[in-house]
Design a protein around this ligand. Structure first.
Ligand code: HEM
Length: 417
């Protein structure tokens, strides 16, 4: 049904992209009746794509590299040279196997889940003394403590607040240009120095994190040529475990919004009925906006629907648009966890954390952890605590990535059950 990769008639789409945010590419695809189009953004030619077929091309073909694809002001907050995101082919496989070993298996997922439950319950006791709490900010602290423990870093109370702020700022401020972003970058440098020091002290035997922990494994990791990672790259990979774990706070906030807006689901989970719990979590990840898109650069010229895309072209795969593609999802804007009851599990359709095969491509290795901590949060919010929901604006603006309800989800009268 799709005809080629048309050019947008507008000379530059930078302002439209800022105004429309997550919805920009989907609107154009729907107007043009295509799954891809060409545009200029601040003078740079870009191919936007969405949908199952585009996802398959983006992840399975080996045609794209992340190198040179990310604007520098985002890159220095979210990834760095020499880290797993920037690697290709055999070097990427080798590093990715380390991440999958650290994060993917049931043992690691169970370990972080236990830590998360302890930290959540500890936090609920603190929240119960307060008038009202902003769930998103507090979840960032719970997740920072969880992430530090899981990573093998001993908790130092004075340090926790600082790390929580720094790790959160890397995600909160990615889309900002100018001083708030520079400030986050500066703090990122501080976090890197802190992480590099942990790696060096572990190597020197001054720290002894548990052998299965990310700090121990990353410090000991050998490259294919047998050499250890440089302290800088090891620090970045350690932050690649810490920062996105703290970022799960957004999905936790969205799960809370979904429970507030769909009280029948609250009742279901409060009654201990969990048949649709995983579907609920998938639907939160599908429906609410987080990571908008991933960029890649074409490593060679290729053809798609009879049209050529030149080597070096910047291609942006629209994650949010694919999660809302009407060709894949019936009534995509509706919140319907039941849709996952007979879902075929196609890896290129539900892609909030990237598509394709996690082992061979860049798909997120933290997906199992994310899903498990979201499930646990739903349990805690429906069975582990009591609270009221004060009147507030729960709407989520689509033009300010990364998105969040304006007030960060307020809860009042929290009580331990
Ligand atoms: C990669 C999203 C949680 C670690 C990615 C990518 C996305 C993503 C979109 C890039 C895919 C690509 O380049 O094609 C998310 C979201 C999360 C989340 C929305 C929920 C908050 C996590 C967690 C961890 C993690 C909990 C680790 C504990 C990573 C790493 C990569 C990655 C290391 C790079 C993989 C590679 O380049 O091969 N994630 N992620 N993520 N994520 Fe996540």
């Amino acid at each position: 049904p799709y005809a080629g990769i048309p050019h947008l008639p507008t000379p530059d789409s930078g302002l439209d992209l800022l105004r429309e945010g997550y919805a920009f590419a989907s609107r154009r695809c729907e107007q043009l009746g295509t799954a891809a189009f060409r545009a200029r953004v601040l003078g740079v030619p870009v191919v936007f794509m969405r949908g199952r077929e585009a996802t398959r091309l983006f992840y399975a073909s080996g045609l794209f590299t992340r190198r040179g694809a990310v604007p520098p002001f985002v890159k220095h907050l979210l990834q760095d040279d020499g880290s797993v995101q920037a690697l290709d082919d055999a070097a990427h496989h080798h590093r990715k196997a380390m991440f999958r070993g650290l994060l993917g298996g049931p043992e690691a997922v169970g370990r972080i889940r236990e830590m998360f439950i302890e930290e959540w319950q500890r936090a609920v006791r603190l929240w119960s003394g307060q008038d009202r709490i902003e769930l998103h900010r507090h979840a960032q602290v719970v997740l920072t403590r969880t992430a530090l423990r899981f990573t093998g870093v001993r908790l130092n109370e004075a340090d926790v607040r600082r790390r929580a702020q720094d790790l959160a700022a890397m995600v909160d401020r990615v889309a900002l240009v100018g001083p708030p972003n520079w400030w986050a970058r500066l703090r990122r440098r501080g976090t890197e120095a802190w992480a590099a020091d942990l790696v060096e002290r572990t190597r020197a035997g001054e720290l002894s994190p548990p052998p299965e922990s990310p700090l121990a494994v990353i410090a000991a990791h050998a490259e294919p040529d047998g050499r250890p990672l440089s302290p800088q790259v090891a620090a970045v990979e350690l932050i690649n475990v810490l920062r996105p774990t703290v970022a799960i706070s957004r999905f936790l906030a969205f799960a809370a919004v979904a429970l507030i807006e769909h009280p029948a689901w609250y009742e279901e989970f409060a009654a201990g009925k969990e048949a649709d719990l995983e579907g609920f979590v998938h639907e939160v990840r599908r429906r609410y906006p987080f990571f908008p898109a991933v960029p890649g650069r074409a490593r060679e010229t290729f053809a798609w629907h009879g049209e050529e895309v030149a080597a070096g072209a910047l291609v942006i795969l629209d994650l949010y648009g694919t999660n809302h593609d009407p060709a894949l999802w019936d009534r995509p804007e509706a919140f319907v966890p039941e849709r996952f009851r007979d879902w075929d599990g196609d890896p290129d359709t539900l892609i909030p954390q990237g598509g394709g095969d996690v082992a061979t491509g860049h798909r997120c290795p933290g997906e199992n952890i994310t899903i498990e901590l979201m499930k646990e949060t739903v349990r805690q919010l429906t069975r582990g605590m009591q609270y009221r929901v004060p009147v507030q604006d729960l709407s989520i603006a689509l033009n300010r990535p990364p998105a969040l309800p304006r007030e960060g989800v307020l809860l009042s009268d929290v009580a331990v059950v």
